[in-house]
Design a protein around this ligand. Structure first.
Ligand SMILES: O[C@H]1[C@H](O)[C@@H](O)[C@H](O)[C@@H](O)[C@H]1O
Ligand SMILES: [Fe+2]
Ligand SMILES: [Fe+2]
Length: 311
């Protein structure tokens, strides 16, 4: 095992940015860190009228969704995770695109893991952002809604399929908490389940080590988290909303809490504040992309000052 890989990927965080970037950018980050944080925890008015029992019904899902999770739960291993990190975060020649161009590129992907929407990704992103905006949440959170699934671009950058792009996430390198993970029966065929270390509760980690140090199954959350951490001025809460939004075993089912540290307790609140806008906005009306575009272009520029993103 190479713990250095983990530390490099996850802990460089704001330090890297602070060392390399302009003082304007650092000022912007510091201002953001202190402001507009509490507004996000105020109980959401948005999901009060939703019938939550109709979402995430995996046992009743179509065969495609079941086949997706079967494949994902067999193939997400520590070995694959390390390989994917190297490939997608370190070795690839990155494409340059603005956020809006990325949204348009992603638009042809229909997510095979999702039992709740068959809308295109741009519509899902705008639905999430609009729900956050209508609920009066801060601008940085609206932008987080707009971009949170852009990591699915991995599908066009040489992923092995959808199993390493979409779907819920869970840690690798320690025992799978199968009763807290959807459609988990195929974990029995995951080779890591027989590994003498990876099959233990703490595996390659330590209790209380902090989720920053835990490798989550590879997919759109982790990939986008790194891009946004390195190339935007969005605050830590936004980074957590992105990195953990598919980590339902943790934020909804209470699994893997033994790895949490103090920071994770705060981040969990942020992720929970974000979740309704991601999940329950899927039943909202269709957003008018052209009408909304000018508002969001301005918002993107506010937090991605260099405009073009290296994907
Ligand atoms: O099917 C969905 C979809 O892929 C989402 O983007 C992801 O965040 C969810 O966790 C997942 O269950
Ligand atoms: Fe997602
Ligand atoms: Fe989403």
């Amino acid at each position: 095992m190479a713990p250095g890989v983990l530390v490099d990927d996850n802990l460089s965080s704001r330090d890297g940015l602070a060392l390399e970037d302009t003082s304007d950018k650092i000022d912007a980050i510091n201002v953001l860190k202190g402001q507009q944080k509490d507004d996000i925890y105020e109980k959401s008015k948005f999901d009060a009228e939703k019938d939550k029992t109709t979402f995430r019904q995996y046992e009743d899902a179509c065969d495609g969704v079941k086949a997706f999770y079967r494949e994902q739960h067999i193939k997400q291993t520590v070995a694959y995770n390390l390989k994917a990190r190297n490939k997608f975060l370190h070795f690839r020649k990155r494409e340059e695109m603005t956020i809006w161009e990325a949204m348009e590129k992603l638009n042809t992907l229909i997510d095979e893991s999702d039992p709740d929407t068959s809308l295109s990704q741009i519509q899902h992103l705008l639905q999430s952002a609009e729900a956050i905006r209508k609920d009066g949440k801060p601008r940085w959170m609206q932008l987080t809604g707009l971009i949170h699934d852009l990591g699915k671009l991995l599908f066009f950058f040489g992923s092995e399929g959808q199993w390493d792009v979409v779907g819920d996430t869970f840690p690798v390198g320690c025992a799978f908490e199968e009763d807290k993970i959807v459609l988990s029966s195929s974990f029995s065929e995951n080779p890591d389940k027989k590994d003498p270390i990876y099959s233990t509760r703490d595996g390659i980690y330590e209790a209380g080590c902090g989720l920053d140090n835990v490798m989550l199954s590879w997919g759109h959350d982790e990939y986008l988290y790194h891009i946004v951490k390195d190339q935007s001025t969005l605050p830590d809460e936004a980074l957590a909303m992105i990195r953990y939004h598919s980590f339902y075993p943790w934020h909804r089912e209470g699994a893997y809490t033994h790895f949490m540290n103090e920071k994770d307790k705060r981040m969990l609140d942020a992720v929970l504040a974000f979740n309704p806008y991601d999940l329950y906005s899927k039943s909202d009306g269709l957003p008018n992309t052209e009408e909304l575009k000018p508002y969001y272009l301005e918002l993107i520029d506010e937090y991605f000052p260099q405009k073009v993103v290296k994907w």
